[in-house]
Ligand binder design. Structure first.
Ligand SMILES: Cc1ncc(C[n+]2csc(CCOP(=O)(O)OP(=O)(O)O)c2C)c(N)n1
Ligand SMILES: [Mg+2]
Length: 620
């Protein structure tokens, strides 16, 4: 993680009117100032949960044109704000009371920090005279969130509220985005001051969010691009965050360089484009990881070379020179040493680079990568005949087909997340939202609700495991109360599947604490006044998807999938990137036998019995 930005000064009191002040001087309470400032920042929806220390703010809320979504757990509020931000590109806002309300936000804040999501979290704090006295529901929330926020501010005076919130929005959304906490004491909310909104530009000494490469560096990049014979572009999350997808497409059209994506970069370059290679890394496509190891030039855009992407750093992409286009200087040479860093906004840099790059072809290299793909076709699960069993990959693939690849998909964390990344071809940015850096189970449902609020015209699909769904399933009640329509595909394998897979490959097949029993999801939907369906065969997928779309309510589909399927390929943690465990060649394609070297480990030969609490294909 990049070092959080901590160097700015305390917000200055500014009840004094600035020349650009946009409104008349009026007497307002701190609570009113919170909402007035949010309205000025363009906020139209917040996600939250009330309690003692934030009650004054809630009391003032109805007078302002802001919709409040009442969640069932504050973690949900943070993920909803996060999903709202990812889908819209705007700052998401969540709100909670002090103590347990605030600490319930922590997972959501850490999640947003790891994925650089702009978010402002407003929390109530005990009155200033109680701070440090272990007052009722007192938690030092700026202390707690110091390492998981881009910045945080404790506000104890009414006149500091507006400047603090303005700074929070500015810091959250400028440079490399991230979450900012504004913790406001109850007495600051209750006090009154003469107030007018200050719209003057924010200046924070020591905070320099913008960087620009010098022209010589751009020229050097153009030379390296010209000289490359085996180049690959890496499309990272920063391409999407910087709205640089059009520039990337133009760059590829000029150079004919192939593009691989990180998990969070999926959708930054159209997946159905002939030069799109797919995902890299631990569960990346085999040909992508092989090509990376063979490449002579990597142009990494808006990504941070995390360990799930690189595998063993000592053997990673040894043959490649590297150009790293990245906004955060802290990421340069952090994990992977690069020949040429270009520090700045990806879109700006591509705009500078494009006129300097000559049109060229890359036929030999692209043909070689196509050859690499060829050897994987027999392992392709889609080419298996329908044997009556439902594989998760089938569900995702069919979902992609039936939604014409246009849905906004929000995934949770686990096997289903990787299958989604592999089988749903994302052609558009901000249409795949997933928890990358933190890998937070429970993210999908609330984040999808936030995304739906941001993009009410979008068809939103939650792709979630039976385990992760149960972590935040309480938000179904929020869907019902707030009339938020999402479609929920539970990839129900009766296991904490990704952990089960690791147990199968690396822990001798001992399935400790991974078989998981679920409630009847169809009845659960019904209990909330929502729709529920169950699918056990591939032939039922299409009708269920169509039914879910046709309901005006949120609909859960309980997809009873193959229980012990694994995600392939897999680079074991810390292994060389091209040292992948591959899907065993299907028995039919291999002439009846699976060659033993194809087996992923000892455990595969001695597969333990199915989870006894769940029988695939049967109601339970
Ligand atoms: C909050 C949290 N706790 C634990 C984990 C570790 N973990 C990663 S994947 C996984 C299993 C997920 O199971 P499920 O939701 O059923 O999805 P599946 O892998 O079966 O598709 C677990 C426990 C995590 N990522 N997040
Ligand atoms: Mg599962």
């Amino acid at each position: 993680m990049a070092s959080p930005m901590k160097s700015i000064t305390e917000p200055r009191a500014s009840s004094s009117a600035s020349p650009e002040a946009s409104a008349e001087l009026q007497t307002l309470t701190g609570s009113q100032i919170i909402w007035d400032t949010l309205v000025h920042e363009g906020v139209s929806v917040v996600f939250g949960y009330p309690g003692g220390a934030i009650m004054p703010a809630y009391d003032a809320m109805p007078a302002y044109p802001i919709r409040h979504v009442l969640v069932r757990h504050e973690q949900g509020a943070a993920h909803m704000a996060d999903g709202y931000a990812r889908a819209s590109g705007k700052v998401g806002v969540c709100i909670a009371t002090s103590g347990p309300g605030a600490t319930n936000l922590v997972t959501g804040i850490a999640n947003a920090m790891m994925d650089s999501i702009p978010m402002v979290c407003i929390t109530g704090q005990v009155s200033s005279h109680l701070i440090g006295s272990d007052g009722f529901q007192e938690v030092d929330f700026t202390g707690v969130t110091l390492p998981i926020t881009k910045h945080n501010i404790l506000v104890t005076r009414t006149q500091d509220i507006m400047p603090a919130i303005r700074q929070a929005f500015y810091i959250a959304s400028s440079g490399r985005p991230g979450p900012v906490v504004v913790d406001i004491t109850k007495d600051a909310q209750q006090g009154s001051i003469e107030y007018r909104y200050d719209s003057s530009p924010i200046r924070l000494p020591g905070y320099r969010p913008e960087h620009h490469p010098v022209p010589r560096e751009i020229e050097k990049a153009a030379e390296m691009i010209k000289a490359a014979k085996r180049p690959i572009i890496f499309c990272g999350h920063g391409v999407i965050e910087a709205n640089a997808t059009a520039q990337l497409l133009e760059f590829v059209q000029k150079t004919n360089f192939p593009v691989a994506a990180t998990l969070l970069g999926l959708g930054g370059f159209p997946a159905t484009h002939p030069l799109s290679l797919g995902m890299m890394g631990m569960h990346g496509e085999a040909w992508v990881n092989t090509a990376i190891q063979e490449a002579d030039l990597i142009i990494a855009m808006g990504m941070r070379f995390d360990d799930r992407v690189t595998g063993n750093l000592k053997t990673y992409a040894q043959n490649a020179k590297k150009i790293h286009i990245e906004l955060d200087p802290a990421e340069i040479n952090k994990n992977v040493k690069v020949e040429l860093p270009l520090v700045g906004d990806v879109r700006d840099i591509l705009r500078m680079l494009l006129p300097q790059v000559e049109k060229r072809s890359c036929d030999e290299w692209n043909a070689h990568i196509t050859e690499l793909k060829g050897s994987t076709a027999v392992r392709e699960i889609q080419s298996l005949p329908d044997n009556g069993r439902l594989f998760a990959a089938h569900v995702i693939h069919d979902l992609w087909r039936h939604t014409q690849g246009k849905a906004l998909v929000v995934t949770d964390v686990g096997q289903h997340q990787m299958w989604e990344a592999q089988y749903y071809k994302h052609d558009y940015p901000r249409k795949l939202l997933t928890s990358g850096g933190a890998g937070t189970m429970g993210f999908a449902l609330p984040a999808a609700m936030g995304a739906r609020m941001a993009c009410p015209g979008d068809e939103v699909w939650v792709v979630v495991g039976d385990g992760g769904f149960q972590m935040t399933a309480c938000e179904l009640a929020t869907c019902a109360q707030e009339d938020i329509k999402v479609n929920i595909a539970i990839i129900n394998n009766g296991f904490l599947g990704m952990v089960r897979q690791w147990q199968q490959f690396f822990y001798g097949g001992r399935y400790v604490a991974t078989p998981i029993k679920s409630p009847d999801f169809v009845k659960l939907a019904d209990a909330h006044g929502l729709k529920g369906l169950r699918v056990t065969k591939r032939s039922e997928v299409q009708a269920a998807v169509e039914a879910a779309r046709s309901f005006k309510e949120t609909c859960i589909i309980d997809f009873r999938v193959e229980q012990e399927d694994s995600v392939y390929p897999m680079v074991p943690a810390g292994a060389d990137l091209d040292n992948m465990i591959r899907r065993p060649v299907p028995v039919a394609a291999a002439g009846g036998e699976i060659p033993s070297e194809e087996l992923p480990g000892e455990a595969q030969k001695d597969v333990p019995p199915h989870n006894p609490i769940f029988e695939t294909g049967k109601d339970n």
